[in-house]
Design a protein around this ligand. Structure first.
Ligand SMILES: [Mg+2]
Ligand SMILES: [Zn+2]
Length: 215
């Protein structure tokens, strides 16, 4: 795996972005598994206009998809760190205020048991390390939270999501939809929603536990 370079355009995350659990980690503490979650179309509804998914404009338009709180609670109880990784290029394009995006993230943190929200505000011309399909946000979150990427999962609804997960070395689950990217969208597993993705992940964990016992 190639280590993503820090992007000069990305300011360092404030400590509260890590849910108060940040801090310097000692070597060898990278054992915890995470679920990396795409935001729009994976945990909250995104409208589709002209075949393109549109994120909510503000907190008033924010609508969690059915079963999402329950699915995240099951994953949290199974011991996973829950980390949202989201591209929000409309900020770089000047069509959306960064403050509006941050307000949505504050609302998500109030309503869901999330450990961190990683957000890329750039667009393709910025050539940053964080915009999915690059794995920068996953690598940074792993550094800060002491996560093992190899035992982590990514769930998303577009090829950019699953490609970022694949590049980070995670197991990937695609919620396939009309704008996933067709043949370009590849994943280890496919599911219809986060609830089914959770079933798949927890089944994988059981099988991994059995394999560990057999060793
Ligand atoms: Mg999405
Ligand atoms: Zn970025």
């Amino acid at each position: 795996m190639r280590r993503a370079r820090a992007s000069s355009g990305t300011p360092p995350l404030p400590p509260q972005a890590w849910g108060g659990r940040g801090g310097v980690l000692r070597r060898g503490e990278r054992t915890r598994a995470a679920i990396f979650l795409d935001r729009d179309g994976t945990i909250n509804r995104s409208d589709v206009r002209d075949g393109v998914p549109i994120p909510p404009d503000g907190v008033e338009q924010l609508e969690l998809l059915p079963g999402v709180p329950e699915a995240l609670e099951r994953l949290r109880r199974a011991g996973f760190a829950l980390v949202v990784v989201t591209n929000q290029p409309d900020v770089a394009r000047g069509t959306r205020e960064r403050g509006a995006v941050e307000a949505i993230h504050a609302a998500l943190r109030r309503r869901l048991p999330l450990d961190a929200i990683m957000c890329c505000y750039h667009d393709d011309p910025d050539d940053c390390a964080c915009r999915k399909p690059r794995p920068g946000m996953l690598v940074d979150a792993a550094d800060h939270l002491g996560l093992s990427l190899a035992v982590s999962y990514l769930v998303g609804d577009r090829w950019r999501d699953t490609e970022a997960g694949r590049q980070a070395g995670c197991t990937t689950v695609l919620l396939r939809g009309p704008y996933s990217g067709g043949d370009q969208a590849w994943a280890d597993f496919e599911a219809t929603d986060l609830g089914e993705a959770t079933d798949i992940i927890l089944r994988c964990q059981e099988e991994r536990a059995c394999e560990d016992l057999r060793r």
